[in-house]
Design a protein around this ligand. Structure first.
Ligand code: 5AD
Ligand code: SF4
Length: 443
């Protein structure tokens, strides 16, 4: 009998990738994914530690499964609760103390050992397992083959980070920068293409730090890797996140210009428009350098959509610093962005900095920044009104008879189309636009 696995993912795309790989692992053990936790034999929470709010939410959501587990026990069955991801990596002991009903806690670098942990759990009932090592043998070597779950897939090509931005937990939770080999990545991309992937998002915390060797042992950077992936039949669209500005080279710009499968979309977080704050963040570029990259990129690829992350209320950020961020946004203009209030993370240098910004000021600044960004997103999308574009139909929309997809610039589009068109790249005309979605009509 197949068993059921319910997996809930918090946080970034890397977590979405990790969750998909845990599903691959559990499939080999006879588990099948379910969307109903009440139906599950095993529940995995894949957690995020990037901001405090994300971590706190996990405890409250997890608590809901305690009664379910107790009820199962009374019925003589079991429900295995697993917590994975960055919260566990950062605070496994505290975590297990706060959530006593959790059976297994594992970090982002040990989930390939899940089958072994389950065996141990079965042998010694009641004993709980914590595994948050950074094993010497790369987890990627021991994962089963990846399988597409739809037309769009993530592929982790690089993990961890050596940049140590002063606010960020990633170098501690995901560890040192590690690049997978070109051979391994191309093999996984082929596997995904063979099982239905057309749209591939290459993932890395600092994705353009990716480096490796080509088939003749020549040194390769991300632009060479992307070229190799673009040669795979079936892969139609390629994107990559997240890029670090000072690692963004002219070769990457040329790649956008020269490889048609590379989509005209770039997520290039600047974080702040104040050089003084960037320095305190340990971001190793200035606003002028960032704007120079953007100018070169826009000359090479005029249709590129630019996206960014911003943090407001970093320690010592003054009104003046914040105004500089607003001005930078007005100068650069973004097609879409993500913005956050600074959140002090235990163990990071910024958490110990003096002059933390009061919550009310952070809220006020975030509201102002987001209003400006939303205005820019709406204005960017409005440029497409009445225009023709290509949409990859990826999913069913909430509304009956409609499908969801993305333009090359990564805008969300809702299209009236029959379900049998899922997975196709279709031509549409944009009939209506808003800040977050476009309405498209099939041509
Ligand atoms: N507080 C607020 N935002 C953060 N980010 C990372 N760490 C923090 C933090 N401590 C944001 C950055 C990053 C994005 C993934 O999350 O903008 O680019
Ligand atoms: Fe964190 Fe990104 Fe900075 Fe690395 S480059 S420390 S992942 S914000």
């Amino acid at each position: 009998m197949t068993k059921k696995l319910f997996i809930k993912t918090f946080g970034c795309q890397m977590n979405v990738y990790d969750s998909a790989r845990m599903v691959d692992i559990m499939r080999a053990l006879g588990f099948e994914e379910t969307t109903d936790p009440a139906d599950a034999d095993m529940i995995i929470f894949n957690t995020c530690h990037i901001r405090e709010k994300a971590s706190e939410k996990i405890f409250s959501e997890l608590g809901r499964f305690k009664p379910l587990k107790e009820e199962r026990r009374k019925q003589g069955r079991d429900l295995i609760l697993v917590v994975a991801g960055c919260v566990v990596q950062a605070e496994s002991e505290e975590f297990m103390n706060r959530a006593k009903f959790v059976d297994i806690a594992l970090g982002p670098q040990t989930y390939h050992r899940l089958p072994e942990m389950l065996r141990r759990l079965e042998q010694k009932r009641k004993q709980r397992i914590i595994d948050v090592e950074f094993p010497a043998v790369a987890k990627f070597d021991s994962l089963p083959q990846a399988r597409s779950n739809g037309v769009s897939s993530f592929l982790a090509i690089q993990e961890g980070c050596d940049r140590f931005c002063s606010y960020c937990v990633v170098p501690y939770t995901r560890g040192a920068e590690y690049s997978r080999s070109l051979k391994e990545i191309v093999a996984e991309a082929r596997q995904l293409a063979a099982t239905g992937t057309k749209d591939l998002m290459l993932l890395g915390q600092n994705v353009n730090a990716w480096h490796g060797e080509g088939l003749n042992a020549e040194p390769c950077d991300l632009s060479r890797l992307v070229k190799a992936v673009a040669e795979i039949d079936g892969i139609e669209r390629i994107r990559y996140v997240t890029s670090y500005p000072s690692d963004f080279t002219d070769d990457m710009i040329a790649m956008h210009r020269d490889i048609p499968k590379v989509m005209p979309y770039l997520h290039l977080p600047i974080q702040s428009g104040s050089d003084r704050i960037l320095k305190k963040m340990n971001r190793r570029y200035t606003c002028a350098e960032y704007e120079e990259i953007v100018a070169k990129l826009r000359t090479a690829c005029p249709d590129i959509a630019l996206s960014s992350d911003f943090i407001v209320g970093f320690p010592e950020e003054t009104d003046e610093d914040f105004e500089q961020t607003m001005e930078l946004v007005r100068r650069v203009t973004f097609a879409q962005s993500y913005s956050f209030k600074y959140s002090a993370r235990p163990g990071t240098p910024a958490a110990a900095m003096k002059n933390q910004v009061p919550e009310e000021i952070k809220t006020e600044r975030l509201e102002r920044l987001q209003a400006l960004l939303i205005e820019q997103h709406a204005a960017y999308n409005a440029l497409f009104l009445g225009k023709e574009t290509k949409v990859l139909l990826e999913d069913k929309a909430k509304k009956d008879g409609y499908l969801l997809g993305h333009t090359p610039q990564m805008q969300n589009v809702v299209v009236k189309a029959p379900e049998n068109m899922l997975g196709q790249i279709v031509r549409v005309r944009i009939a209506k636009t808003a800040a977050t979605t476009l309405d498209g009509e099939l041509l």
